[in-house]
Design a protein around this ligand. Structure first.
Ligand SMILES: CC(C)=CCC/C(C)=C/CC/C(C)=C/CC/C(C)=C/[C@@H]1[C@@H](COP(=O)(O)OP(=O)(O)O)[C@]1(C)CC/C=C(\C)CC/C=C(\C)CCC=C(C)C
Ligand SMILES: [Mn+2]
Length: 328
């Protein structure tokens, strides 16, 4: 959060940015705003930031602006001041979102996103839905079944995919339907969030939260108490195997869509997909102890993923002979 608040003074300068009208000084301020988003992104998500460097400059800075808005939204409920956050504060954050979509940004980071949404066909709904996910997080700490958990994952993570595709762009030569690409983007968000949840079981339990389907826990002969006790048993291992399998299924679903994105956008997406998916391998390598051991992908493995992602980014989009993703 320090990176977000570091330049509060400068943040008061940018108001009412009209993207295509050059008011003396405005372009400079906008550049500064985007640069700040890049810095935040580099600080919080180094590998992902590296990945964005291959994108076209306009797309790259737009993704940074979206990243920063998501990070700030998450910080509202997970950051240092989280205990003071009420649904009213989230309502105010949503009004601020509406203002920035109407070209009335509140601070410099909002100004960057305001400019982004004026340049790319980004819809406000996924942003509103992410705020809804944060509201859900404030009032709910258990999920009855996978449907309920899926909805939460859509709100806080699937939305990121929907926000990003209009910026990343679909390859002009792709024959895939727009709908299928959005579905893949949604699947990547869900896969990432399920992975997050499986990695953080212990950490979340210590905050009294269990983001696992209660009915599936019961089917596996497990209760909340077992999670709070944090003992790795065969019941737990079997339960985890099923959860990991499902997360991998969503990653698989996402894979086909990555190839349909514009060439320069594929690398960062492949990189994040490969990196995040490896967290699941690490949970297995930890013998499913996600209570006291944090699954962590080593720097060496991370580095190895980058050329692999780069290679995959040259796979061609679907041709007219591949039917499952066809654009109609
Ligand atoms: C066709 C196709 C596959 C297109 C690609 C679509 C795409 C770019 C999908 C991105 C999916 C993605 C990276 C989702 C993020 C999921 C995530 C980790 C959400 C986290 C939510 C809250 O969880 P929690 O509080 O439990 O987690 P922490 O303990 O706090 O970590 C989030 C933290 C919500 C906030 C999300 C972000 C800060 C990430 C935003 C990322 C982007 C805008 C960039 C996406 C671009 C790339 C290249 C991955
Ligand atoms: Mn969080």
């Amino acid at each position: 959060m320090a990176a977000l608040v570091k330049d509060q003074k400068r943040s008061e300068i940018v108001v009412d940015v009209k993207p295509d009208m050059v008011i003396p000084g405005t372009m400079y301020l906008l550049k500064e705003a985007y640069d700040r988003c890049g810095e935040v992104c580099a600080e919080y998500a180094k590998t992902f930031y590296l990945g964005t460097l291959l994108m076209t400059p306009e797309r790259r800075r737009a993704i940074w602006a979206i990243y920063v808005w998501c990070r700030r939204t998450d910080e509202l409920v997970d950051g240092h001041n989280a205990s003071h956050i009420t649904p009213t504060a989230l309502d105010r954050w949503e009004l601020r979102l509406e203002d920035l979509f109407a070209a009335r940004p509140y601070d410099m980071l909002d100004a960057a996103l305001s400019d982004t949404v004026s340049r790319f066909p980004v819809d406000i709904q996924p942003f509103k839905d992410m705020i809804e996910g944060m509201r859900m997080d404030l009032k709910k700490s258990r999920y009855e079944n996978f449907d309920e958990l899926y909805l939460y994952c859509y709100y806080v993570a699937g939305t990121v995919g929907l926000m990003s595709v209009p910026v990343m762009g679909i390859a002009p030569e792709s024959k895939a339907t727009t709908e299928s690409v959005y579905n893949a983007a949604l699947a990547l968000g869900i896969a990432n969030q399920l992975t997050n949840i499986l990695r953080d079981v212990g950490e979340d339990a210590r905050r009294g939260r269990i983001y696992l389907p209660q009915d599936e826990l019961a089917d596996a002969g497990l209760s909340d108490e077992d999670i709070f006790n944090g003992k790795v048993t065969d019941k737990w291992r079997n339960f985890m195997k099923i959860q990991i399998k499902r997360a991998r299924m969503f990653f698989k679903q996402a894979e086909q869509g990555v190839t349909e994105l514009s060439q320069a956008s594929r690398w960062p997406v492949w990189a994040s997909l490969l990196l995040y998916r490896q967290i699941l391998d690490e949970i297995e390598a930890n013998d499913y102890n996600n209570f006291t051991k944090r699954a962590y992908v080593s720097k060496a493995k991370k580095l190895l993923s980058l050329p692999m992602a780069y290679g995959k980014s040259f796979l061609s989009p679907s041709s007219h002979t591949q039917s499952s993703l066809l654009r109609v």
